[in-house]
Design a protein around this ligand. Structure first.
Ligand code: SF4
Length: 357
């Protein structure tokens, strides 16, 4: 049964056929060679605190999202929408992925659909995930989503190809949901919860729900108790508690100290819940003559500290420092401090704009 979303913008469905036995269809422009101006759809590996060295697959133009979260590390949403589109042909993503994996062997733990935006807005998602699983079966495939489109049966069907799906759920009360996630008009928390329940029912992979806690927004014991109650009815494989660590889109969004995170964790007893810890990277350091571009690709998606970038891109701290200094000098990146740490980002990121605004 379809969900009733009062006042929801009609969603453009892709004409992609979703049969597990069918071959992915061809998309316009899918067979052409790369042009000089094309930005890679692959970035990282990103130093993910929960997945390890996660090679990012980004199919969404920045910053296209169904939410405009106050804590977003990718800055303010500039295109707030629920309309799904094929922003890039899946064949081009596969080509970028092949090229990256052959240039940087052994540096990836997992492939992750993640972006400065919402990945389920990609209308060819099912085809892309199917192709990636078919071509790179040895690498686990994850999708990070805000869960806002799970009420759509096509989206739920698309996601079945992923080994791990991590939807976020920051609040179950409408007021807190609106305040933190600032959703596209017409999108309600009730519809999202209904979608999450339906997805759990059919999905055979690993479902982990991320809850991001923002001080004075969704950390009240009553909200946490309510959230935990709802999650028990969903029955995810795990719950991951997170907080604001990187510079947020809105300066008022701040994280919880460790002691309060542990207090919050107590509410989620029986849900296989944990607090997401710091990234523990490492491995072999290699010289990389494309390092500047890889740093720009990474910072194009989210701000990072130098040590995180060195660990995830497998270069020495000294080599990273040298590249960062050159990029700062040329004005390609900017630095600013947040929570006592120094972060780097592109000069055009929304963080700076939101601070001014
Ligand atoms: S945190 Fe995720 S869901 Fe929220 S605005 Fe940013 S990209 Fe969108």
């Amino acid at each position: 049964m379809g969900l009733q979303l009062h006042g929801l913008t009609p969603i453009a469905r892709s004409d992609v056929k979703h049969s597990p036995h069918s071959s992915p269809r061809e998309y316009p422009g899918s067979s052409g060679a790369a042009s000089e101006e094309e930005v890679s759809t692959i970035f990282g590996p990103v130093p993910s605190r929960r997945l390890g060295r996660s090679l990012g697959i980004d199919v969404i133009p920045p910053k296209t999202c169904s939410f405009d979260c106050i804590y977003c590390e990718s800055g303010r949403t500039t295109c707030l929408t629920l309309e799904r589109q094929v922003f890039v042909p899946p064949e081009r993503v596969i080509r970028d992925l092949r090229s990256h994996l052959s240039d940087h062997p052994g540096q990836t733990d997992i492939l992750t659909l993640s972006s400065a935006g919402e990945p389920t807005l990609y209308a060819a998602l099912g085809d892309l995930l199917q192709m990636v699983k078919g071509i790179f079966p040895e690498l686990p495939l994850a999708v990070l989503t805000n869960g806002s489109l799970l009420w759509d049966p096509v989206v739920r069907k698309d996601l079945r190809w992923a080994d791990i799906v991590i939807p976020s759920l920051d609040a179950v009360s409408s007021a807190a949901f609106q305040k933190i996630n600032r959703p596209c008009g017409g999108l309600t928390i009730d519809a999202i919860l209904e979608g999450l329940h339906a997805f759990r029912k059919d999905y055979r992979g690993q479902l982990r729900v991320e809850v991001l806690l923002v001080a004075h927004h969704n950390d009240h014991p009553a909200e946490l108790a309510k959230l935990a109650r709802v999650l028990r009815t969903v029955g995810p494989d795990a719950v991951e508690l997170n907080t604001v660590v990187r510079p947020p889109a809105f300066p008022g969004a701040s994280g919880l100290p460790q002691v309060e995170m542990e207090g919050a964790l107590a509410h989620f007893a029986g849900l296989n819940a944990r607090i997401i810890g710091s990234y523990q990277g490492g491995g072999i350091c290699r010289p990389d003559d494309r390092l500047d571009q890889r740093i720009l690709d990474l910072l194009g998606r989210r701000p990072c500290a130098a040590i995180e970038m060195a660990q995830s891109l497998s270069v020495s701290p000294a080599q990273m420092e040298q590249s960062v200094e050159g990029l700062l000098k040329s004005g390609s990146i900017v630095a600013y401090s947040h929570g006592g740490a120094l972060y780097y980002c592109l000069p055009t990121r929304g963080h700076q704009r939101s601070r001014d605004g």
